[in-house]
Design a protein around this ligand. Sequence first.
Ligand code: MG
Length: 434
Amino acid sequence: MAVDLAKVAKEKKIKYFLISFSDMFGVARSKLVPAAAIKGMQKNGAGFAGFAAWLDMSPADPDLLAIPDPDSLIQLPWKREVGWLASDLWMGGKPVEASPRIMLKRQIERAAKLGYVMKSGVECEFHLVNEDGSGLSDTRDTQEKPCYDQPALMRRYDVISEICDAMLDLGWGPYQNDHEDGNGQFEMNWDYGPCLETADRHTFFKLMTRQIAENHGLRATFMPKPFLHLTGNGCHCHASLWDKTGKKCLFDGKDELGMSPLSYNFLGGMMHSAEALCAIFNPTVNSYKRINAPATSSGATWAPNTVTYGGNNRTHMVRIPDGGRFEFRLMDGAANPYLLQAGVLAGGLDGLINKRDPGKRLDINMYTEGHKARGAKKLPLNMLDAVRKLDKSKEMNEAFGRENIQSFVKLKMQEWDSFCHHLTQWERDQTLDC
Ligand SMILES: [Mg+2]
């Protein structure tokens, strides 16, 4: 055992551990374990009933055991006596393959076999809303173009600076915070790192942001499109590949965009599987109100509608801001942090293995000139279409394993059924007098 958590608890004055895992829908589930019991839990895991979470399990299944990863330990900055731990799920003496953190680890292993490490960063956008979620918390935040609005940012200084201070203390290297393009919307950025670390931090960031907002009498939501007329909450992912010696593999100074031939294959893989990956990157019914959306009150959604890429151009699904890295702009705030990273790796690795060609870059404004992108695939219009694409995707089934994709698809189809069993006011208005 590399790290003895019982010893760490004594050194850092940790009284309780939150042994946490992320289920398929990205819901964080935890047990609060007193430090006196952590020795056994570190070895054997904390027990859960898997069916009680969004996992493809039955009530008859044996105990699901969450075995904490000591390297992921984070002392809650707002309650230092609690230590948070990401964990891997086990059952019957084996890892649960259809669980997000394990699914990401498998993709990392596949990349390592090819000689690559993926580093990434995520741009988490969120809205600060009132406690019941019905409206924005700042009623003075009404500018038509509110992006980077200084007074609106400073009215939320206490919340944003507390979250940023926490990231500084944790050594995450936060470097900027801003008011985003939607009223009441913010984004906070911290340094990129190995993709598993980014997924753990992304998971913790959501917990921390919600909690600190709540402590200030507010509510933070990462919902993809909480307000139809405002810009939605994306979760853009910046990714780069490195070899085992620490050399960047995607950079090539001779290329116009600074990208190596390998990077175009990686991009080709992402574009080839984009429609199927939507089920992972845009996993909720609400997600499809963010992508393919009409312009918002600020003038642009900043979300993609078509499978295209460009240079430093934010109207495409993929932006190449400078040499050696991609910005994937498809993902939204509902994406499971682990599956998000796993999806990028799965798509990209397929591109490397099959030498996929992303085609030519487009230098047009996709919001006004999208019709010129002849032959480009449109993104799925709803969750059902995306889930069906994932179900049928040869590449994703190969990358993740058919059974694991089936587990995800099964849960998502249940969610779609649940959505379909709701009668909306819109239907009544449209159909009552038919
Ligand atoms: Mg943003």
